[in-house]
Design a protein around this ligand. Structure first.
Ligand code: ADP
Length: 447
């Protein structure tokens, strides 16, 4: 087991990882920018190292500074959290070259899954169902037209190097295709420095369902069920649940089994999430994230298993603490991402939190790095906390969520709490009846 882990992140996830390290008796080092000197994770860590000024590029993304912090403090492993360097293959390789363990998969696996065309090809080879479309990058308009005619309109053009929903264009007819292809290519070139695009069937009303997987790096794979993250705004997840209201036990174990086998065959090590669009009973792979997800606590709530413990175990070659048959799903969990944003316009609302009171009681978890008197710096993402609620079934979970949202107080800044109070009272949400476009339509109606 590791002696000392360096946490290369900030905010609620840095605190989340720190808690797991403390439970396992592992010393902690955190790195931070000058804007985060008074952050909660810096206060609670055994050691902290200031690695640079506020801009992420000069601090949380600064590989040299982070490696230097490992050398100075004698950390033997790095947990990257999510975002920042968590899916940076070069970072994983550099750490390996310095004999520091990256708590995550190999650089090669990160690389494969970071390239969407390569990821899709790999998924297909491993028996994971994929969206019908081109086998690789589209070379010209003629080829695009031929493939679109084969799979049928509407189609979507996507950037190979894509991320955050950028570089995507829908074509409903052959007449739209030319423009869609050119705009997707130029957006992709501008955003990612790589204008390779591919084509897929556009699904009209899918749900976003993702499977949590783990590989032990020694040829074993397990799945921890799925999460439904269909409630999104601008491709950003807002509300996540486990299990999905749309799946039954049979579908769950079928798709979970496919994913676990794929992970085993890949020889994958650590946590991963295989994301699907789900429509009319069919799953369509869209991408795999090779890291811990923001929404992992809903899986922890229904399985009772600490996924960060498992990440640390696997990275230290101690292996997973569970086999597939040990993983049971109990009850239902929902996570609300609470952002420091205006609940109507979603413009960021940094500033000082004058009063912060979190709900409590049975089945409530709040993961947050903020506190009363904390000043939110304007440099980073606006997530200030996650409310995770667990109940014996979805109805109980929703009742508890409503109560927890009533108790939650954040004064001094605007937050998205009012949005969740609206959602919890909505009939479609109560019925679990929503797809990936539902939230955007709901928000448009409110204007
Ligand atoms: P990114 O990496 O940019 O987030 P994804 O491939 O994960 O790109 O897709 C982001 C979102 O775009 C999905 O969650 C979904 O809302 C939409 N999307 C992607 N592919 C399709 C498709 N074939 N049909 C319909 N919507 C899609």
């Amino acid at each position: 087991m590791f002696q000392k882990i360096l946490i290369a992140n900030r905010g609620e996830i840095a605190l989340r990882v720190l808690r797991a390290c403390k439970e396992l008796g592992i010393q902690t080092v955190v790195v931070h920018s000058t804007a985060d000197s008074d952050a909660m994770h810096v206060r609670l860590a055994d050691e902290s190292v200031c690695i640079g000024p506020p801009p992420s590029r000069e601090s949380y993304l600064n590989i040299h500074q982070i490696v230097a912090a490992c050398e100075i403090t004698g950390a033997d492993a790095v947990h990257p959290g999510y975002g920042f360097l968590s899916e940076n293959a070069k970072f994983a390789d550099i750490l390996a070259a310095h004999n520091i363990t990256f708590i995550g998969p190999s650089g090669d696996h990160i690389r494969i899954m970071g390239d969407k065309i390569e990821a899709k090809r790999t998924a297909k080879r491993l028996g994971i169902p994929v969206v019908p479309g081109s086998d690789g990058a589209i070379s010209d308009e003629k080829q695009a037209k031929r493939i679109a005619a084969e799979i049928g309109y509407p189609v979507i053009i996507k950037a190979s190097a894509g991320g955050g929903g950028r570089g995507m264009k829908v074509a409903r007819t052959e007449a739209d295709l030319e423009v869609a292809l050119h705009t997707a290519k130029s957006e992709a070139g501008a955003a990612f420095g790589d204008d390779a695009v591919y084509i897929e069937k556009f699904l009209e009303k899918p749900r976003h369902i993702e499977v949590q997987v783990f590989g032990d790096g020694a040829g074993h794979g397990v799945h921890f069920g799925e999460r439904d993250c269909s409630l999104q705004r601008r491709h950003q997840k807002v509300w996540e649940e486990a299990n999905s209201p749309a799946l039954n036990t049979e579908e769950r174990s079928r798709i979970g089994g496919i994913c676990a086998r794929a992970i085993a065959d890949l020889g994958y090590s650590g946590a991963g999430t295989i994301e699907f669009l789900y429509e009319n009973g069919e799953f369509y792979f869209i991408e795999m994230n090779t890291r811990l997800q923001v929404e992992h606590p809903v899986t922890e709530a229904i399985t009772g298993i600490d996924l960060v413990h498992e990440q640390i175990r696997v990275a230290s070659a101690a292996g997973l603490s569970v086999r597939q048959e040990d993983i049971k799903f109990t009850g239902h969990a929902i996570e609300c991402r609470i952002n420091a944003e205006d609940p109507r316009t979603f413009t960021p609302s940094p500033g000082t939190i004058t009063h912060f009171h979190t709900p409590g009681g049975l089945g409530i978890r709040v993961d947050s790095g903020v506190y009363s008197g904390y000043r939110i710096p304007p440099y980073y993402d606006s997530l200030i906390g996650k409310l995770i609620v667990h109940g014996r079934n979805r109805v109980e979970c929703m009742m508890r969520l409503r109560r927890a949202l009533d108790e939650f107080v954040v004064d001094g800044i605007k937050t998205t709490l009012p949005l969740f109070r609206d959602l919890v009272g909505n009939a479609d949400i109560a019925n679990g009846d929503y797809d990936i476009h539902w939230l955007e339509k709901f928000l448009a109606k409110g204007d």
